[in-house]
Every structure is written in structure tokens, then in C-alpha cells.
Design a protein around this ligand. Structure first.
Ligand SMILES: CC(C)=CCC/C(C)=C/CC/C(C)=C/CC/C(C)=C/[C@@H]1[C@@H](COP(=O)(O)OP(=O)(O)O)[C@]1(C)CC/C=C(\C)CC/C=C(\C)CCC=C(C)C
Ligand SMILES: [Mn+2]
Length: 428
């Protein structure tokens, strides 16, 4: 479907920025939700496993993202969990990795059949191009308003790619706003089903409003798959039904849904450096790691705020191991137990950032800066939690303007370093 023909059905609503999160959800009761993950339980890869650099000690009972398919194998084996009834369950990590493999395979396939996405010609239907430009401009405004630093970073990207990232950003923001925004108390699982049904329409070129129209155009131009978008909605469903996470496996799945998905949505737009020797899978794994790292950081920053909403996004088993409980969190007292618990949580988030770093250099050169900037800035929130002596109950950790300004040239310097054969993601 051409991006322009899609525009025939766009209604140019006059949407104000302050109002951009409004959504005309269709009442589609016949909608059948697709499964959120296509995991089939197969063990991937044949080579000898190598331990992932992110494996946690037995205390944490978690081995995280590997740096290659080889590394992944070890987690596949260790990710088979036997239930008390003897059934073999599959870990979240493996379920998510299956999505990563699928995304990587899809993008490879689509790029093969569409060598240069930036040169995909417009089929111009009279009058529609200016509408589309207006739609992207709305996305730009929203992005500039809600994510200033990140917006600045996108300005270095090619015009095609930056517009696409704005459109994806806006869809993510709107989705999150459904469960976190002013109308959150009215949001039901059925409303999320309708949001998903609307998403499918957007992917098929039927946009409901201008912001959708921009996304519809983006997904027609870039090899972006619907699965991570669906999975983000699944994360919002999870938020509606759940306010506690038994262990890190459960939390990992939530983090994938609401944040890891952003990495998977973004890579096909950001593009991979043509010189890159890394496997597509490893780059997607790094992108996933960045999303997880960001979300874990969000969670650690917002412990007090979430607790006041009755939510605890911390692994219950790890809290118990540290001699802590929900009551301690609601009491909001910084104790030595809390400090030592937080140290471990921060360490884990940093490991995900380290994993993500390996992939940034593999992105196309113009896309690296915003990614480096967001990585460096988000990671600094962890430093600020430490600087607040782990008081994330009543003090919000934030990165000062000065530190943000300093981070930008650092990010730029990193972004101009090209891919090297010694990169940890490169096949040897
Ligand atoms: C190889 C490699 C490293 C590639 C880079 C891949 C990449 C660009 C990854 C981006 C990761 C990223 C920015 C993830 C967002 C994580 C996040 C903060 C998610 C938030 C979820 C809900 O949390 P919560 O409700 O607790 O938070 P709030 O209090 O509401 O803030 C989200 C809010 C989900 C919605 C996500 C967004 C609005 C961000 C979408 C961002 C993009 C599409 C652009 C990403 C691009 C860059 C350059 C960062
Ligand atoms: Mn939110």
C-alpha cells in the first residue's frame, strides 16, 4: 500500500497539542486479539554456549541478554523453569528473545527486497502531501514539547528517519497516556482492545486522526513490524491488572512490553551502519537492552511515586531476600537494608546499559547521537539516586540542566566513532 493512498481516508481533525492524547476508539466488539508473543519454545542456535556477560549470580537467579546467539543458548537452557507440577515453563527472557529473532529476521528480509528505504518514492495524490507534512509536523511539536533533549537529538537524523521516530514517539506517548494520563481511571481492557484494533487499521493504512496518519506513513516506508506495538499495548494491559511482580522474570516481561518494545520499533527506522559486521540479532538485543535499562531506571527513580499509587514494581522475592516488604516501601524509610537492596537493583540496571552500549556504534552514523544522548542521560539518573543516598521515596532523582548540556557533546563524540572490528558485537 502506498503511503499516499492511505491518506485518502484521513480526516484532518484540528487537534491541539494539549489535546493530542485524545483517541477516537472504534467500538469493534468483533475484534480478536492476536497472541502477544509468537514464542514456540524452540531452542535456538547450535554453537557451543558462552556465558553472557550479564549473567546474574545465583542470588538474582537471572541470566540476562547475551552478546550473541552463542551467549543466548546458555540462557535458553537456564530459562526452562520447572513448575511444582513438573511442567516446563519458559522464561520471559527467552520469550522476548524469540520476538527479537523474529524482528531481526523480518527486517533482514524486508531490507533485502527494498534496498534503500530512504529512496522509496512517494506516490503523490493531489492535496495529500501537505496533509501528511502537517501530520508529521504535529508529531514533531508533540515530541519537542514532551521530550526536549531527545527531540534535539533527532534533528541530526536524516529528515525521513527523524519524522518516523517522531511518529513512533507520539504513538508510544499516547499509548502510555491511556493508562497513566488524566483519563486513566476510565481505561478498561476493552478500551485497550479497541486501541489495538485501531493500531491494526493504522498498519493497514486506515488512520483515525493526523497523528495516526503519520505513523501509518512511517510503517509503510520503513520495515517496522506491528508486534512490538501490540506488545506495548499488552504492557498497558498488564499495568491494569497487576501491581506486584513476583520476581525479576515477571518484571523483565513488563519492562520488555512497555520499554524494550521501543528499541525494537526504533532500529528499523534508525538503520544499521552499512559497515557493521554485527549480526542483526545482536543489534536488536542491544536495542532491547536499552529499553529495559531505561525502564528499570524509571522504576528505581519512581519508587515513592508508584507506592503512593499502590504500585510496587520491584521483584517481591528480592525484596524478601533483603528482609524488606511492601510495608517498608510504604513507610518510605531509607535504611541500610534498603540501601543494599537498591545497590543491587542499580547494578542490574547498569548492566543493561552496558549491554546496550555495544549496539549503539552499530547504528547508522546519523542515528547514533540521539541514542547515545538518551543512554548517557538516563544512566545518570542512577548516579543521582546514589547521590540522594538512595532516598527514592521522597526525593526525585533528576539530571540537572548543566549535566544534560555536558552530556550532549560527549554523546556527539561517541557517535562519530565508527564501527570497529573489535566491537563486542562483531562476529569472529
Ligand atoms: C542498538 C541500540 C542501542 C538502539 C537504540 C534503540 C532505542 C532507540 C531504544 C530506545 C529505548 C527507549 C527510549 C525506551 C523508552 C523507555 C521508557 C522510558 C518507557 C516508558 C514507559 C512507561 O513507563 P512509566 O509509565 O513508568 O513512565 P512515565 O512515568 O510515564 O514516563 C514509557 C513511558 C513508554 C512510552 C515510551 C516513550 C514515550 C518513548 C518512545 C521513544 C521513542 C519512540 C524514541 C526512541 C529513540 C531514542 C533516540 C531514544
Ligand atoms: Mn507512564
Amino acid at each position: 500500500m502506498s503511503s499516499s493512498s492511505m491518506l485518502w481516508i484521513v480526516t484532518p481533525y484540528n487537534i491541539e497539542i494539549s489535546n493530542f492524547l485524545s483517541y477516537g476508539l472504534p467500538d469493534n466488539s468483533s475484534f480478536l486479539r492476536a497472541p502477544s508473543s509468537s514464542f514456540d519454545g524452540r531452542v535456538k542456535g547450535k554453537k557451543k554456549p558462552r556465558l553472557s556477560s550479564l549473567s546474574f549470580n545465583s542470588d538474582m537467579k537471572y541470566s540476562c541478554l547475551g552478546t550473541s546467539n552463542n551467549a543466548r543458548n546458555i540462557s535458553v537452557v537456564s530459562s526452562l523453569i520447572a513448575s511444582p507440577t513438573g511442567e516446563i515453563a519458559v522464561s520471559s527472557e527467552q520469550r522476548v528473545y524469540d520476538v527479537v529473532l523474529k524482528q531481526a529476521a523480518l527486517v533482514k528480509e524486508q531490507l533485502r527486497s527494498n534496498r534503500d528505504i530512504d529512496l522509496k518514492p512517494d506516490i503523490i495524490v493531489p492535496g495529500t502531501l501537505s496533509l501528511l507534512n502537517e501530520a508529521y509536523d504535529r508529531c514533531r511539536e508533540v515530541c519537542a514539547e514532551y521530550a526536549k533533549t531527545f527531540y534535539l537529538g533527532t534533528l541530526l537524523m536524516t529528515p525521513e528517519r527523524r519524522k518516523a521516530i517522531w511518529a513512533i514517539y507520539v504513538w508510544c506517548r499516547r499509548t502510555d497516556e491511556l493508562v497513566d494520563g488524566p483519563n486513566a481511571s476510565h481505561i478498561t481492557p476493552r478500551a485497550l482492545d479497541r486501541w489495538e484494533s485501531r493500531l491494526e487499521d493504522v498498519f493497514e493504512g486506515r488512520a483515525y486522526d493526523m497523528l495516526d496518519a503519520a505513523l501509518s506513513d512511517t510503517v509503510a516506508r520503513f520495515p517496522v513490524d506491528i508486534q512490538p506495538f501490540r506488545d506495548m499495548i499488552e504492557g498497558m494491559r498488564m499495568d491494569l491488572r497487576k501491581s506486584r511482580y513476583k520476581n525479576f522474570d515477571e518484571l523483565y516481561l513488563y519492562c520488555y512490553y512497555v520499554a524494550g518494545t521501543v528499541g525494537l520499533m526504533s532500529v528499523p527506522v534508525m538503520g544499521i551502519e552499512p559497515e557493521s559486521q554485527a549480526t542483526t540479532e545482536s543489534i536488536y538485543s542491544a536495542a532491547l537492552a536499552l529499553g529495559i535499562a531505561n525502564q528499570l531506571t524509571n522504576i528505581l527513580r519512581d519508587v515513592g511515586e508508584d507506592a503512593r499509587r499502590g504500585r510496587v514494581y520491584l521483584p517481591q522475592d528480592e525484596l524478601a531476600q533483603a528482609g524488606l516488604s511492601d510495608e517498608d516501601i510504604f513507610a518510605g524509610k531509607v535504611t541500610d537494608k534498603w540501601r543494599s537492596f537498591m545497590k543491587k537493583q542499580i547494578q542490574r540496571a547498569r548492566m543493561f546499559f552496558d549491554e546496550a552500549e555495544k549496539g549503539v556504534t552499530q547504528l547508522s552514523s546519523a542515528s547514533r547521537w540521539p541514542v547515545w544522548a538518551s543512554l548517557l542521560l538516563y544512566r545518570q539518573i542512577l548516579d543521582e539516586i546514589e547521590a540522594n543516598d538512595y532516598n527514592n521515596f521522597t526525593k526525585r532523582a533528576y539530571v540537572s540542566k548543566v549535566k544534560k548540556i555536558v552530556a550532549l557533546p560527549v554523546a556527539y563524540a561517541r557517535s562519530i566513532v565508527g564501527v570497529s572490528r573489535s566491537s563486542p558485537l562483531v562476529k569472529t
